[in-house]
Design a protein around this ligand. Structure first.
Ligand code: NAP
Ligand code: MN
Length: 272
């Protein structure tokens, strides 16, 4: 094999000892198979741990996500972003040797935070973006494609991707979306609903190209959580949400577990 043909692989592991052991084993076996192991400009990123670890791996490499493929090895229970179990290291190495570049891709969320001073911050989320007011009830206008849809009062609002629909969105009572459906979901966090204040109450699924805008009504401090990270801003004018032009790519693998099996495994288990 020519040096330029050799694939570059980055390995990332969560802190637990089991994940570390898997990383060491994988490191040795990938070296033996003549892959280049490097955190710089990888072709493939292997995340060892749970879904949370894959979120970290995504954000570490989000700047080059167009040319990277991710693979997850789960060292706990079956996850949503992970395809291999910890005892399947040999199978993964074999599949990597046979790999022809096949991939499966899922939508991610493009978030644009516009500040009152004109500054704009663009971020991308793999699971969701959640806005909450820190001190009091959040009051915010929600626009869907410039339609002033509702005035929200409550703890906050989450906008999730299809793959994020099984995460925080589900705890908020949102629907589980198959990840091939290109849509975003708005879920309310404890909305105030009475004779005076009114929101739709149910979560809303918005198609590709549609733009969601949330405009907080008070000049105050807000937390904006993007997956596993939280930022605090004190002069948000509005936040725009859309499906990003880029997608996250995963290594297409024969070991891919069907989405409905994952949902069943995570939330239902075996029925007697
Ligand atoms: P964490 O608080 O340590 O873990 C949150 C849990 O969510 C973990 O069990 C994680 O799985 C799981 N998870 C992550 N992505 C998922 C997905 N797409 N579908 C189903 N489950 C998923 O935080 P973390 O590991 O850094 O993950 C951050 C995520 O936690 C956020 O994006 C948000 O979705 C979620 N979260 C949920 C709640 C809630 O449900 N009330 C509150 C805050 C945040 P693993 O154990 O495999 O890592
Ligand atoms: Mn976790």
């Amino acid at each position: 094999m020519k040096n330029t043909d050799r694939k570059k692989i980055a390995l990332l592991s969560s802190k637990n000892p089991k994940s570390h052991a898997v990383m060491n084993e994988l490191w040795t076996k990938l070296k033996e198979a003549h892959f280049i192991l490097t955190p710089k400009n990888p072709d493939i990123v292997i995340s060892i741990g749970g879904d949370g670890m894959l979120l970290s791996a995504f954000h570490k490499y989000e700047a080059i996500m167009d040319r990277v493929r991710f693979v997850g090895i789960h060292t706990g229970h079956l996850g949503f972003y992970t395809d291999y179990r910890d005892f399947e290291v040999d199978k993964l190495v074999e599949n990597l040797k046979l790999d022809t570049g096949a991939r499966v891709s899922y939508p991610i969320l493009h978030v644009r935070v516009k500040m009152m001073n004109g500054r704009e911050i663009v971020m991308r989320a793999l699971n969701e973006a959640t806005i909450k007011r820190l001190s009091k009830t959040m009051v915010a206008d929600v626009f869907i494609n410039k339609v002033p849809f509702e005035r929200f009062r409550g703890d906050g609002i989450s906008v999730s991707t299809p793959t994020g629909s099984t995460a925080y969105n589900k705890s908020l009572g949102g629907a589980v979306l198959h990840p091939t459906i290109e849509a975003l979901q708005i879920a309310e966090v404890a909305s105030l609903n009475n004779r005076v204040y009114r929101t739709l109450g149910s979560s809303i699924v918005v198609p590709k190209k549609d733009k969601i805008v949330i405009e907080p009504k008070h000049d105050d401090r807000y937390s904006v959580s993007i997956d596993n990270r939280t930022f605090v801003y004190d002069n948000i004018e509005q936040i725009e949400y859309q499906i990003d032009n880029s997608k996250i790519h995963f290594l297409a693998t024969p070991s891919h577990t069907s989405f409905w099996n994952r949902v069943k495994d995570a939330f239902i288990g075996e029925v007697e």
